[in-house]
Write a protein that binds this ligand. Structure first.
Ligand code: BGC
Length: 906
């Protein structure tokens, strides 16, 4: 390594401040196999850079065993030495070389692998139980000779599992093992239970719920989707030796939880509580021996993405209503439940119902829940105070109503897949800030094990269209890498042999007949939904710079695009389909036929075919091969030309049609300016009225701003009248609505009525579609980070290694501050327009390069750190000043605008 400094040269001004891994070291018991390392560096030396790096492992004595140094600036997703063996724990350290010499070694990072099902000595066990019936409890007493130095409990279930050792919960993880495509993979959790064990007799108890495995789920409310028998599997290892496994020596019975359903809620009868179960000597004579549930243990694989946990607790304010019920308001729409403290009498039933909004009468609005009962009940076993909390369920709600006892206090318990927040944003525009907050909440509330459409009604499914629309925003707001990684594996598992991609992942609706407007609907391969197969991986790659996601998904992406190519056959473009979701929920579509958007769904389908093919070409270029990439680019060009020829003229008269033509590069280069002008004119004529559905919404602001129409983008972004993003905020929204007009301008609630029938036995009156917590329309937050804050990653040099600093002030928005925890470290900006100057403080992490694209006019001067400059800057904190800055004129127009609504649904 002649280019690298001598070992003796030390750079004391530079430090490796954090090392992270994939799979994440934050999880105990990750999949065995290769580990990749990334690191963040801080340096007090301006202009310093990484010339090379060195990795080390720690041996048993804790001494570093260094690998040969490697030249280069790479710091993201670097393969660590040797794959992890099952159950192995290994620590890694990193140091880097700069021009000044080598840094000190980083603090070590320990990664511990779990065990797959095949390596377990345990069996899945259960007792006979009914779907929607009492929750089985499985129990075992076991003696231990002495204190353990390291105890690991591995747990999973067919269903959901909670566990206690000696009466203490084994983990704060919830709804474990979470939802995956169970027919091929079920996650297994590893917990450190060292501190829960004691010398002498110990007691372990597992409770098993129906959950997604057996509970009635999906709008067709099918039960037993994955199997009729639920059960749990567990293995306790003490200092590496198997100490206890689930087997037929366990005993099983029932307790207080009389039923638990994800949609319907939990029924708890405290009179049936088995108080002694957590103590040795419990009389289990009324219980029975556990049975082994015949299961293919190779289904169980170690967890690779964070579990669901409690992410917030909020006090709820009570109001006693005229009938005596207590209504609770948590002030925020969440996914979770109510923890209640009540005073009541023995034998009384306490009932807790939930809703996202209130009727004008003040009653809970529960129609939107459709068949989901979202009701928890508790029968009290004695007079006095009780703390009540459900199990194996969650609800989407802001309000709750309690009958049957006097409420002392109530807490709204919010749950989510426990993803680290990644960014922050605030500005001088309070409503925009609130919308940003609402989008974060919608992400939290809907990232519950899988990315769901909504958390309240009888769906909560991993709709792929919603996921692709929101992916870029999701990636900016939270560290989503492993969450998407796990879900994308299920997407691939659920692909058909012909490469078709499901509309929901995990796919539980494929076998269900669904009628949309009288047309039987195939739920595979729908445009803008199935394209999650390509759009999500590329968006993760752009945001985090890790090539792993493309390597893993390349085959799935290819199969999807080849599937489209086969469908198109000799005709180049896709043939007209009997049904497409299209630009779903276009505000001008009939309210009960949200698929009837203004823009042709055949045009939309082919636009997504083009985009998927282009994204695949990119992925091929990065991890596949150039020849294939060139082939796919050529295919995309052919389909684009044919699509534009056939549908383009009509499509570009709609916002979504024009946005697709521009953003997916369908239109001939010579027509782009004209199309952009047409789109801008449309937006101006409509005073910024949004006229896009799920597929057009993520694109329309980009289509404007990429083509010189920033004013119109702001006109749309900051509009307050319906339909618009901020209209929701003015109507008190705390999450993002499914329909632009979920609450109508006269204050009434949309009926949500739908001309669709989903599955057998689905009652007409339950057939509405009205959620107040769908993130798809929140997808514009990605635009806000890139254009308002001005922090934009670059797909050609991803992970914010090259970041474009392009803040765009507008009238009515003269200040913004934002940060993103990038793969390289903290990227942050704080800008303000003051008088005739734009001033910004910019923080760039080590390893990144910030390309300045400041809001300049012909009259501007630009200084960086006091000196005339431009171009790009490296790491450190920089002060930027632009005189006579460019100020977009959007919001002034919006404020003066009077509503000229033409849509049929508002
Ligand atoms: C879901 C959507 C989904 C759509 C597909 C709805 O019921 O809630 O978000 O994408 O169906 O048509």
């Amino acid at each position: 390594m002649s280019d690298l400094p001598q070992d003796s040269a030390a750079d004391a001004t530079t430090r490796v401040v954090a090392v992270t891994s994939s799979p994440s070291a934050d999880l105990l018991g990750v999949p065995a196999g290769p580990v990749r390392l990334s690191w963040r560096v801080e340096s007090a030396t301006p202009g310093s850079r990484q010339l090379g790096y060195q990795l080390a492992t720690l041996d048993d004595a804790g001494d570093l065993v260094a690998q040969p140094p490697v030249a280069g600036a790479a710091a993201i997703g670097i393969p660590a030495p040797l794959p992890l063996a099952p159950g192995e724990r290994r620590s890694f350290a990193v140091r880097i070389a700069t021009d000044a010499g080598w840094t000190a070694w980083s603090a070590p990072l320990a990664v511990e692998a779990g065990l797959g099902g095949e390596a377990l000595a345990a069996s899945v066990i259960g007792i006979p139980s009914e779907e929607a019936g009492p929750v089985p409890l499985l129990r075992r007493e076991f003696p231990l000779a002495g204190g353990a130095t390291r105890a690991r409990l591995r747990v999973s279930a067919l269903g959901l599992v909670d566990g206690w050792i000696n009466g203490v919960k084994i983990s704060d993880a919830l709804l474990t093992p979470g939802w995956t495509s169970y027919q091929e993979r079920i996650l297994i959790d590893t917990y450190d239970v060292t501190s829960l064990l004691r010398e002498g007799e110990n007691v372990i108890v597992l409770a098993v719920g129906d959950g997604w495995y057996r509970g009635s789920f999906g709008f067709a409310r099918r039960a037993g989707i994955y199997g009729d028998r639920i059960g749990a599997i567990a293995q306790l290892e003490i200092d590496g030796e198997v100490a206890l496994v689930t087997d037929s020596f366990w005993r099983g019975g029932f307790g207080a939880v009389r039923s638990a359903s994800l949609y319907d809620g939990t029924a708890i009868d405290l009179r049936a509580r088995e108080d002694g179960i957590h103590h040795p000597g419990f009389d289990d004579s009324g219980w029975r021996s556990a049975e082994v549930v015949d299961t293919d243990l190779s289904l169980f694989e170690p967890r690779s993405a964070p579990p669901v946990r409690i992410v917030a607790e909020r006090p709820m304010s009570p109001t006693v209503r005229s009938g005596g019920a207590t209504q609770l308001d948590g002030g925020q729409n969440i996914s979770g439940w109510v923890r209640l403290s009540v005073v009541g009498r023995a034998g009384e039933t306490v009932t807790v119902r939930h809703a996202e909004v209130l009727e004008p009468s003040g009653d809970l609005h529960t129609a939107a829940l459709r068949s989901a009962k979202a009701t928890d009940t508790y029968i009290l076993d004695r007079d006095g105070e009780h703390v009540l909390e459900p199990a194996f369920t969650f609800h989407g709600f802001r309000y709750a109503e309690v009958t049957g006892a006097q409420v002392l206090s109530a807490t709204a318990v919010a749950i989510s897949s426990d993803l680290a927040p990644r960014s922050s944003f605030s500005s001088s525009h309070a409503a925009l800030d609130r919308f940003h907050e609402n989008v974060i909440w919608s992400q939290r509330d809907n990232f519950v094990s899988v990315p769901t459409d909504c958390p309240q009604r009888d769906e909560r499914l991993g709709w792929t269209g919603d996921a692709q629309a929101f992916a870029a925003t999701a990636n900016t707001l939270m560290d989503t890498r492993s969450f998407w990684g796990s879900w994308l594996r299920d997407l691939e598992i659920d692909q058909t042999d012909e490469g078709g991609v499901a509309s929901v992942v995990p796919d539980i609706i494929r076998p269900v007949d669904m009628m949309m407007g009288g047309v039987p609907t195939e739920n595979m391969g729908r445009a803008g939904w199935a394209d999650a197969a390509t759009i999500v991986p590329l968006s993760v790659y752009e945001s985090y710079g890790e090539v792993e996601v493309l390597e893993r998904q390349l085959d799935s992406m290819r199969r999807w695009v080849e599937h489209l190519r086969r469908r198109a056959g000799d005709g180049v473009v896709l043939p007209t389909e009997p049904f497409q979701y299209g630009d779903w929920l276009d505000p001008d579509a009939p309210g009960d036929r949200p698929w009837e958007a203004k823009v042709s769904s055949d045009y939309v389908a082919n636009a997504f075919y083009v985009q998927s093919t282009r994204l695949l070409a990119r992925a091929e270029r990065i991890v596949g091969d150039d020849d294939r990439a060139a082939g796919y680019d050529a295919l995309a060009d052919r389909v684009a030309a044919a699509t534009f020829d056939r549908w383009g003229e009509e499509a570009i008269t709609t916002q979504t049609g024009a946005a697709l033509a521009l953003e997916f590069d369908l239109a001939p280069a010579a027509r782009r300016e004209e199309i952009a002008d047409l789109l801008a004119a449309n937006v101006r004529a409509e005073n910024g009225r949004i006229a896009t559905g799920f597929l057009g919404t993520p694109l329309v602001l980009f289509a404007l701003s990429h083509n010189g129409h920033l004013d119109e983008a702001y006109l749309m972004l900051l509009r307050r009248d319906a339909p618009s993003w901020l209209y929701q905020v003015d109507r008190g929204a705390t999450t993002v609505w499914e329909r632009w007009d979920a609450i109508l301008p006269d204050g009434s609630i949309h009926s949500g009525a739908m001309d669709a029938v989903a599955g057998e036995g689905h009652e007409e009156e339950e057939n509405s579609m009205l959620s107040f917590n769908h993130y798809a329309y929140g997808a514009m937050i990605d635009w806000v980070y890139r254009n308002v804050a001005g922090l934009a990653p670059d797909l050609d040099d991803p992970g914010y290694r090259t970041v474009h600093i392009a803040p765009r002030p507008t009238d009515g928005l003269d200040h913004a501050t934002a940060s993103i925890q990038t793969s390289y470290g903290r990227l942050a900006i704080d800008w303000r327009v003051d008088g005739d100057a734009f001033a910004a403080t910019l923080e760039v992490p080590f390893g990144a390069r910030a390309v300045l694209d400041l809001p300049v006019t012909d009259a501007s001067t630009v200084t960086v750190d006091g000196a005339p400059a431009g171009g790009s800057v490296g790491h450190g904190i920089h002060h930027l000043v632009v005189t006579a800055p460019a100020i977009a004129r959007g919001s002034a127009a919006a404020e003066n605008a009077s509503s000229t609504l033409t849509g049929s649904s508002i």
